[in-house]
Ligand binder design. Sequence first.
Ligand code: N01
Length: 542
Amino acid sequence: TRGQSTMPFAEQHSKKYDAIVIGAGFSGLYMLYRLREAGFSVQVYEAAPDIGGTWYFNRYPGARCDIESIYYNYTFSEELLNEWEWSSKYAEQHEILNYINFVADKLDLRKDIQLQTRVTSAEYNEENQKWEIELENGSIVIATYFIPAVGVLSASNIPNIKGIDQFKGALYHTGEWPHEKVDFKGKRVGVIGTGSSGIQAIPVIAQEAGHLTVFQRTPQYSSPAHNHPLDSETIHKTKENFNEIRETMYTSMHGVPSSASTRAAVQDTPEERERIYEKAWQEGGLFSLLYTYSDIAFSPEANETVAQFIRSKINKTVHDPETAKKLMPNFYYGTKRPILNTDYFETYNRENVSLIDLRTAPIEEITPSGLRTSDLAYDLDILVFATGFDALTGPLLKLNIQGKNGVTLNEKWADGTQTYLGIATSGFPNMFMITGPQSPSVLSNMIVSIEQHVDWIIDCLAYLKEHEVEAIEANAEAEQMWAKQCKAIADMTLLSKTDSWYMGANIEGKPREFLAFAGGVGPYRQICDQVASKGYEGFTLL
Ligand code: N01
């Protein structure tokens, strides 16, 4: 952080805006649009050479969205909806990136976005109640409102494995994939990690590689995506009924227009359950299996029935019994994000693919020529890390944010995340997070949650302007209550019983806590609206 002496200089010479937004992904772009429409001066800084956020960086082979494309777009503009047409049920990364660019052009967003500009720190100046934001080139910009729209899965996690710097081959992380095509042809490729990214990339890489070795620590549940081109009738119907669909999305659990059955799995016969699971399996869809019964998310007994169903599918798909055994997941289904796949388990029937179970033989080190587990050494030309992200808090903590009394966000959250509604945090006035920790965020269709937060922030800023309020700050008591509520809801479900990135468990030293609001998108929206309608209850207006 900067010393006191730069402040008067900064005040005199820096550019000043009503709002500074960091990040030009789905959230930053919509925030920019709404701020501009509401008459605020705004500047967006984006570290990457182009817009797109997650969809700019995650261009690994097989990358596509697991929310149906017709629901994975902005909902605020009829015009945008009508002018865009998705080609398939689950859109590929490049198509989503094209959509983002289409929106940016249509709304003329680029003129307020400065690309290739990393923000290195942000500091709240209590004297003038302004944020001083430092850019990589050392310059400082000043804003009343500071809005980090930095995404929730944007801080890549490359595990600190011994010898990682020695590797002579090519090393990639799925979340920072290069623009030029990676040529796997004839190469010995290793993939570490079998989460959503690994499970999408593995079948595509396998088709091209000489040999692919998958290094798996935790086997995963995954069901077929059944992706297919969209027919014009589906598109037409969706557009025609979008107002109704949007309403259902807004009031739903996960931001998609479907919901869980009210039937309990434990009340059905095994035959009936099998029939229902089979139907959901054939339909595909991220939440299809989770929604078959009301008790899957809560009851270990009910959960085991669906877990067993998926295990039997894996068993039937994978020919080699030893490999099938290694692929059997055994945590509560749905306590990690469900995964859709295209030919993932089938890929293990290929001659050029082998699966290494790291639970029996952990990685000991990366060597110049490959990787060594406690069992064997593997020679590799290319090593792909599909090892995930420091989720939700990671991207915010990387920003070096300093609030009141010189307290940094890193200091404040060292023992656990504290937010009010996942939007604000006490000690950091006029800072707004979009889909931050302790909001539905990663448990939902992100775009629905992004729009809800941006709309709420805009209403809040309009209120502040109208009432001539200089600054708004979350109260410490309100955020303690909120953290308790988030924990209580997660603890009612099975979610907090599994070591997952939702729990911060994938990052060494990260506090162990459930990082999202699991009460659902609809109820959450109601809570936020109530807070606003009571004159921002739980906040202090300064
Ligand atoms: O990351 P992950 P991801 N040694 O954290 C393993 C979204 N997303 O990028 O489970 C060995 O899920 C780790 O093993 P374990 C989606 O929300 C969406 O795949 O920790 N292995 C795990 O297998 C998703 O949930 C889409 O034991 C190590 C894997 O790496 C989220 O992003 C597509 C290891 C990481 O899995 C993250 O998904 C892609 C180590 N040291 C992503 N460290 C779609 O929309 C980690 N692993 C479809």
